[in-house]
Write a protein that binds this ligand. Sequence first.
Ligand code: FES
Length: 171
Amino acid sequence: MDKDANATVEMPSRRGFVNAVIYALGAAMGAALAIPAARYLFLPPKTRKQQAWVEAGDISNLTPGVPQEMTFRRIHADGWKIYSEKGTAWVVKTTEDNIVAFAPACTHLGCAYHWDAAKSDFLCPCHGSTFALDGKVLSGPAPRPLDRYEIKVENAHLFLGPVHQSSETSS
Ligand code: FES
């Protein structure tokens, strides 16, 4: 009789199969937990970003020479967190076809200023700085004119971009 005829083919046992399935499921669960944790620990978060342009509103009814405070919400991405933040701008129609949008913080120490209609200037209540309609410093400790938003107008709607800091020499 042939020696090979007596050889038995070794079949995997039921126990071996169950163990293999358990190990495979354990490996899959470990990977499912480890991959997000590794991404969180080792990949840098998205850098701080904000919407490039945000719509501030309709400017078709602005009266030339009369500033109007406009509010808007801007979306920010900070790391893994996305949030919206309220913002404001003082918008002035200086001529029929020229718009300026000032950042809302005084250039001295950042207080919120307002338009004083009786005196026709912007007044900061903190230390008394005043600014003209074009943002130039009229009086007080403010070291430079009001900062301005980059703007664009589409179909009579004002869009605000980043704030550009004014220089001391532009006063
Ligand atoms: S913060 Fe406006 S004058 Fe000081």
